[in-house]
Design a protein around this ligand. Structure first.
Ligand SMILES: Cc1cc2nc3c(=O)[nH]c(=O)nc-3n(C[C@H](O)[C@H](O)[C@H](O)COP(=O)(O)O)c2cc1C
Length: 157
């Protein structure tokens, strides 16, 4: 039987990007969660995905909003990442600007505005498919942040 610690350690050898999925709640309160599971899914129709933990308190609020913005972080944004991971007060005012699907974070390498298309069960996570409404890549933001073996890094280019 595979243990979760063993799985986490071994699968951490697979590098991921780091994104902040944001949304705006019905009462106007912004919500944001850090994910390493953002991925492109389909070109036609245009779909992307990410996998929130069933225990996440942010995900039900994002789901209720019905739309979200994926902000793919740049390698230089470790402080931004920690602000959101640690839920530091003032994080939206410091880094965010209003967007149609959720706050857009300045300095991100890519922002993807989505409608929630489908939510599928996936063990102790859920697989969220988002239908892409708009996207904005920012080459000037530089290299993307990479999470690998428990550390933040940048690709060697
Ligand atoms: C680099 C990194 C990647 C993460 N990836 C995910 C992820 O893909 N899915 C997820 O549910 N939580 C992920 N987390 C954990 C969440 O950011 C957060 O801890 C969790 O959602 C609990 O907060 P919440 O209750 O506000 O949702 C990740 C955290 C870090 C630092």
């Amino acid at each position: 039987m595979l243990g979760t610690a063993e799985l986490r350690r071994a699968l951490g050898h697979y590098p991921t990007g780091v994104s902040v999925v944001t949304a705006t709640g019905a009462d106007g309160t912004p919500v944001g969660m850090v994910v390493g599971t953002f991925t492109s899914v389909s070109l036609d129709p245009p779909l992307v995905g990410f996998l929130p933990d069933r225990r996440s308190t942010s995900w039900p609020r994002i789901r209720a909003a019905g739309r979200f913005c994926v902000n793919v972080l740049a390698a230089s944004q470790e402080e931004v990442c920690r602000d959101f991971a640690d839920k530091r007060p003032g994080r939206f005012e410091a880094h965010g600007e209003p967007g149609p699907c959720g706050p857009r974070l300045a300095g991100a390498v890519l922002r993807v505005d989505c409608d929630v298309d489908r939510v599928l069960p996936a063990g102790d996570h859920e697989l969220v498919l988002g239908r892409v409404r708009a996207l904005e890549a920012s080459p000037e933001a530089g290299e993307p942040m990479v999470f690998w073996r428990g550390r933040y890094a940048a690709p060697a280019v």
